[in-house]
Design a protein around this ligand. Structure first.
Ligand SMILES: Cc1cc2nc3c(=O)[nH]c(=O)nc-3n(C[C@H](O)[C@H](O)[C@H](O)COP(=O)(O)OP(=O)(O)OC[C@H]3O[C@@H](n4cnc5c(N)ncnc54)[C@H](O)[C@@H]3O)c2cc1C
Ligand code: SF4
Ligand code: SF4
Length: 424
């Protein structure tokens, strides 16, 4: 970025260098009269400038945006009962679990743990509402931010959405309600809201529980369009896309006005998870594992992908990393009151067995960042995540391979995106 870049150029650089994940927070920070996070010309959610920006507001955006700044668990939430794993971060307990209610377990992405906990928090009046996401009413492949006040609302939001989702697009309006709530968001959403909390003390006061699905990323819009075309569906004909749930992972249901089609998860994504198409930001994600959440909830498939035969009958079992006192309190009371079934305790090593892709990425992030810096790109500030320590455990050749790979991607134009303009 040139030294004399204007505030607008600085804001656009986040998207142009592939760091924006479309969380919506910059719209809340600057206001919709200056920035609107909307569908851009490539069909992804990106911030489009709609008014005058100044350096002060862009500085704040750089500090809270999950593309440019991620911190681990706030030190105030780490105490002597917290154990620390270099890959998996702070933890107190790791368990295999599922929603005790069979309907929730069936409907949920994996074993319905997040839906069960959201439901439990509302029914026991521990919070007034839950901020999370459901399928977008306008864009069937996208998610949209959703507030749940009762079990029916929570149920509507069950399952994972592997499409663009601006969870924080109106977080200031939500904080203006002045009511306590639980936040369920991807790890980047959680990190962004934690960042925002350093500017707005209402975040600390009102967000009582922070719950995250472990996240390896989602499919960018151009790849999703190609994938749907493989199944004979043009983007304008799509009326519904259910990515997961109704089993584990459950069928991917593609709907048009005329028909619906159920396909296997692996036929949609591809058999080899290392080849899955992801936004660049996800390839350098330092925290797909929800390090600053009270608890993070994952799949428990050995190796990270479902197996075709087992997935026909898999009822869904989550692996849950419980990180804070609040998370421990919630899991234990929800299990005692019959909302959650805990099968048995595990360790971070089991997480690495279930989530090899997360472990590999965590080791690779630091040299990838150095490759970006070598090419004059923004080097995001990733703090409290032990990335340099992990890289130090790798042979020099491996670090160099990752670093050079990132440099090559930049030079080949695989990282960059166009300056965001409104899409159709
Ligand atoms: C983009 C993405 C990538 C993922 N990658 C991995 C992975 O690498 N490894 C792994 O183990 N698991 C991954 N998952 C998580 C997995 O699919 C399950 O969501 C997780 O195991 C929780 O299961 P559950 O049955 O408890 O969820 P459910 O009970 O179905 O609840 C899911 C909750 O997540 C919220 N949610 C769904 N989609 C989004 C979204 N896009 N943004 C914000 N919130 C959302 C919903 O509102 C709901 O509250 C991913 C999920 C997503 C959304
Ligand atoms: S990641 Fe979020 S805060 Fe950062 S530029 Fe994108 S929409 Fe804005
Ligand atoms: S991989 Fe990281 S950046 Fe990408 S969606 Fe998941 S948490 Fe966000």
């Amino acid at each position: 970025m040139p030294d004399q870049a204007t505030p607008a150029e600085r804001l656009n650089t986040i998207s142009e260098q592939g760091l924006c994940i479309g969380c919506g927070l910059c719209q809340s920070v600057a206001g919709p009269d200056r920035i609107q996070v909307m569908k851009n010309q490539e069909g992804n959610l990106r911030p489009v400038i709609t008014g005058e920006l100044d350096d002060l507001i862009v500085d704040q955006i750089y500090d809270v945006c999950p593309g440019t700044h991620v911190q681990g668990m706030p030190s105030s939430l780490i105490d002597r009962d917290t154990k620390m794993d270099n890959v998996w971060g702070p933890w107190r307990r790791v368990v295999r679990a599922w929603a005790a209610d069979p309907e929730i377990r069936f409907e949920g992405a994996t074993g319905g743990v997040l839906t069960a906990l959201a439901s439990y928090l509302l029914s026991t009046e521990r919070v007034s509402f839950v901020l999370h996401t459901k399928t977008s009413a306008k864009e069937p492949a996208f998610g949209e931010r959703h507030l749940s006040f009762n079990q029916a609302d929570v149920f509507e939001a069950a399952s994972s959405r592997y499409g663009p989702t601006a969870t924080l697009i109106d977080i200031n309006d939500i904080l203006d309600r002045g009511e306590s709530f639980a936040f369920i968001g991807k790890p980047c959403d959680i990190g962004a809201l934690r960042n925002h909390g350093r500017y707005d003390s209402r975040v600390q006061e009102l967000v009582k529980y922070w719950l995250a699905p472990v996240c390896g990323g989602f499919m960018p819009t151009p790849s999703r369009i190609d994938t749907l075309r493989r199944f004979g569906v043009e983007p304008e004909d799509l009326t519904g896309l259910r990515y997961r749930g109704r089993g584990c992972p459950g069928p991917i249901r593609i709907e048009t006005r005329e028909e619906h089609r159920d396909i296997h998860y692996l036929d949609f994504w591809g058999e080899d998870s290392s080849q899955w198409s992801l936004p660049f930001r996800c390839k350098i994600c330092p925290d797909g594992i929800g390090e600053s959440a009270d608890l993070a909830v994952a799949d428990s498939w050995p190796g990270g992908s479902p197996n075709r035969i087992d997935s026909e009958t898999d009822p869904g079992t989550n692996a849950v990393i419980v990180r804070t006192q609040a998370g421990m309190g919630l899991v234990e009371v929800a299990a005692k009151d019959g909302a959650l079934t805990i099968e048995y305790d595990q360790t971070p090593d089991d997480m690495s067995y279930y989530q090899m892709h997360q472990m590999r990425k965590k080791y690779a992030v630091w040299p990838r960042l150095q490759g970006l810096a070598d090419e004059g790109h923004i080097m995001p500030r990733y703090e409290g995540l032990r990335l340099q320590e992990l890289a130090a455990d790798l042979p020099d050749e491996t670090n160099d391979h990752q670093r050079q790979g990132a440099r090559r991607r930049v030079r080949e134009g695989k990282v960059g995106e166009p300056t965001p303009r409104p899409g159709e």
